[in-house]
Design a protein around this ligand. Structure first.
Ligand code: MN
Length: 403
């Protein structure tokens, strides 16, 4: 049979506020906030040029349930461009842009079909072949029940595609919404499962494909690497997937060896060379620098300037430049030259170890309840583990300095 071709994207999170980037200045923040739109424009440009048979957008078009006006207008304009070239678009809304939100309504062009809150089927004919799409939109933010049970099984002729914004049951790393097992998906006998919700691109099953395309643009340090969508060619017997890059700014990490460096200017040159190399490869970046082999750096070099000074000096080198570079942090190994004495570190670690989850929650309660709290990421158990270690080492370091 003839092959149908469609684009699969999800988790656009248009106009994401870039939480966790509070240290960036207003110009930098503005540049970051443009990136979800730039990535979206790249997606639309590609579609207009390549003319797929249709497009699937599987949840979280918008970042917030109020669907900011700017985001809605930009989305509407993108859909209009697709309307002008006659490309149908199928949208399901997810946990971030559920139907119960309160937003100013913008009318989408007639090529856009939105799935309702019940699992429903939409049908179209592509190259003389029937295509059946199955999906739903989130009626409210939390959909915890396994919606997969409501998807019909495919039989007879035609191509069947499932659209599902949710996560694999028992996935402890993410908030579980509309949970499913891979087996449950497979039992529906569809030709393709277009998933959304998890921002890391992954193909759960090779064939018939079960796919998370990931988001179009990373939004924080936990969404590293190149982002984009899939261009799919599908028949009832086979599928081919092509990943297409859209990310405007790549979140990444860079390790820099300070071996043999004695002077601050040499350190700056070394960092710049490494960053320039990264930019040549990846374009605009938000980068976390990790210093290693700092033993050679004379004590006074590290001690005389505060860590924020090092960061400021380096940031200045890239201020206002394009490609955009933002150095989010510099991580120095805490101990140089000497190991922390066990006798000092152990009692500190034991004390910190005694803090219960509630103590941590109490400690950060004020910060999270502040208006700025919505820009913060949730404190996960592994973050707390890391904080414990860092806090213990920091205390021990400071005590040593005092001595
Ligand atoms: Mn999402």
């Amino acid at each position: 049979m003839e092959t149908i071709r469609f684009l699969h994207t999800a988790d656009l999170h248009l106009d994401s506020p870039f939480k966790g980037m509070a240290a960036a200045g207003p110009d930098e923040l503005l540049r970051l906030q443009q990136s979800t739109f730039t990535a979206f424009d790249r997606f639309i440009d590609y579609a207009v040029k390549e003319q797929p048979d249709f497009i699937l957008i599987v949840g979280d078009v918008y970042d917030g349930e109020d669907r900011g006006l700017r985001a809605q207008i930009r989305f509407q304009q993108g859909m209009q461009r697709l309307f002008d070239v006659g490309i149908p678009v199928f949208v399901t809304y997810g946990n971030h842009d559920h139907l119960a939100g309160n937003w100013t309504r913008v009318s989408l062009p007639a090529n856009v079909q939105v799935f309702s809150e019940e699992v429903e089927q939409k049908q179209m004919t592509v190259k003389g072949k029937d295509v059946f799409l199955h999906g739903f939109s989130y009626p409210q933010r939390h959909v915890r029940e396994p919606m997969i049970e409501k998807y019909p099984s495919a039989h007879g002729e035609g191509i069947h595609i499932g659209l599902l914004h949710g996560s694999v049951a028992g996935d402890s790393a993410h908030a579980v919404y509309a949970p499913f097992t891979i087996r449950e998906l497979q039992e529906k006998n569809y030709h393709y499962w277009a998933l959304g919700h998890i921002h890391k691109r992954q193909q759960l099953v090779e064939y018939p494909p079960i796919v998370y395309p990931g988001n179009l643009q990373g939004r924080h340090r936990k969404e590293q690497g190149i982002k984009g969508f899939y261009d799919i060619s599908l028949s009832s017997e086979k599928a081919s997937l092509k990943f297409v890059e859209t990310s405007d700014i790549v979140f990444t990490e860079l390790t820099i060896s300070c071996e043999g460096i004695e002077f601050a200017d040499a350190w700056l040159t070394k960092c710049q060379e490494a960053i320039d190399g990264l930019v040549a490869e990846s374009g605009s970046v938000v980068v976390e620098l990790v210093m290693e082999h700092v033993e050679g750096l004379a004590d006074d070099l590290q001690g005389a300037s505060t860590e924020s000074e090092w960061l400021d000096v380096l940031r200045e080198q890239y201020s206002g430049m394009e490609p955009f570079v933002w150095i989010s942090s510099i991580e120095w190994p805490l101990v140089t030259n000497r190991e922390l004495p066990k006798a000092l570190l152990e009692p500190i670690e034991q004390t910190i170890e005694k803090w219960e989850q509630d103590d941590w929650n109490n400690l950060v309660k004020d910060v999270y309840s502040h208006r700025a709290g919505r820009y913060l990421e949730r404190l996960e158990p592994h973050d707390i583990e890391q904080l414990k270690q860092q806090a213990a080492a920091l205390l021990a370091n400071e005590l040593l300095k005092e001595g």
